[in-house]
Design a protein around this ligand. Structure first.
Ligand code: ADP
Ligand code: MG
Length: 348
């Protein structure tokens, strides 16, 4: 194999996560007629005859995605499954199986791994998913968990990132920004504990925010509601990297723009309060922080009434032409350009 890159060294930070993925995968030619959608959505889509199969993989790395100083292993196992199921729901599908691969060092006891798996099994039970395989290997120090989720969707009901049209309405489930503030809270308590080990952490009053980080749920209820009410979103993505980053993906892949109403972006009261305590504008948290695992989707105007009746959903804006770009409209009517700054793991 000829190595034309022999003398060149480009730092991965020069590209950023999404440009790097594009750079590495742009020449992945699809050879199989059954591959309906390859790289670029929340899950790959494969023709399985009478339905489509969905496949999605996510990896969680100790020190990057979680800190065992404040993450109970049972919660970690549960969350590792949830983040993968969320990508299947984001295609309007139903998850059916997972595989779980772990890299572990001898730092971990059998009992500790049993805890991790207690969380994995719990998520499988609650989401009606079977654990059907995986791999176990050693690591030098940290814990790495890689999960692949498999799901299915009726062929006529699959929803891509690329289907938003001008005039559609943008919606998001739940509320945003909470997981990030839960993380800030736990980081602050960890620092206090390291400096003053006798001080007991004050976490009770922040149960909601910490729960958003440590015990997220995937929005299977939203997919069930779409099914019951004959709604097929025109586009959808899960909010793992922050609302603005996900809007950017929908905009780019659908060739559209968005106007989002600042007042309509759902922010829980606890998120608002703690953001202010930390000196952060709550809307900044809601737009730019990750790990909420809500669903961002667009609907056609004809489905607006059905969505107005949907529990725990906010109508946040409208789809405009691509040339208009991405904007946040404040309640005084001013428009600010939105930038897509999601989680950037390489920079940590
Ligand atoms: P998500 O946030 O929904 O998990 P990602 O941003 O991780 O999605 O990935 C975007 C797309 O790029 C997905 O289709 C994913 O499968 C693909 N992808 C990510 N990393 C790689 C890689 N190293 N090689 C091939 N495809 C990748
Ligand atoms: Mg996703």
């Amino acid at each position: 194999m000829e190595d034309s890159n022999q003398f060149k060294r480009t730092d991965i930070n020069e590209l950023g996560e999404f440009t790097l993925i594009d750079h590495l995968t742009f020449d992945a030619i699809l050879k199989q007629p059954s591959t309906i959608k390859g790289i670029g959505d929340d899950a790959a889509v494969i023709d399985s005859g009478d339905h489509f199969t969905l496949v999605s993989t996510d990896m969680l790395v100790e020190g990057i995605h979680f800190d065992l100083a404040y993450t109970p292993l049972k919660h970690l196992g549960y969350k590792s499954v949830i983040v993968n199921l969320s990508d299947i729901y984001a295609m309007n599908g139903i998850p059916t199986q997972i595989t779980v691969s772990i890299a572990i060092s001898n730092r971990f006891s059998v009992e500790a791994l049993e805890e991790l798996y207690a969380g994995i099994h719990l998520a499988c039970d609650l989401y009606n998913v079977d654990l059907v395989g995986g791999d176990t290997t050693s690591s030098q120090k940290g814990l790495i968990i890689s999960i692949t989720a498999i799901g299915e969707v009726e062929k006529t009901k699959v929803v891509y990132r690329s289907g938003a049209n001008i005039g559609d309405i943008a919606c998001v489930t739940g509320s945003l920004g909470g997981a990030y503030l839960g993380l800030q809270m736990l980081e602050r308590e960890k620092q206090i504990y390291q400096e003053h080990p006798s001080v007991q952490p004050q976490l009770d009053e922040h149960e909601y925010l910490i729960g958003r980080l440590l015990k997220p749920e995937a929005r299977k209820d939203a997919i069930a509601y779409f099914e019951e009410n004959n709604v097929i979103p025109s586009s959808m993505i899960d909010v793992s990297d922050g609302l603005s980053s996900e809007l950017f993906h929908l905009a780019r892949q659908s060739g559209v723009g968005f106007i989002i109403d600042e007042d309509m972006v759902p922010i829980h009261i606890d998120t608002q309060k703690l953001a202010i305590d930390f000196g952060i504008d709550p809307i900044t948290c809601a737009l730019h922080s990750g790990e909420d695992y809500e669903l961002l989707f667009t609907i056609k105007e004809k489905d607006l009434e059905a969505i107005r009746m949907m529990p725990d959903v906010a109508i946040i804006g409208e789809v405009v032409s691509g040339s208009e770009g991405l904007h946040l409209r404040t309640n005084s009517g001013n428009k600010h350009a939105l930038s897509a700054q999601g989680w950037k793991h390489f920079e940590r």
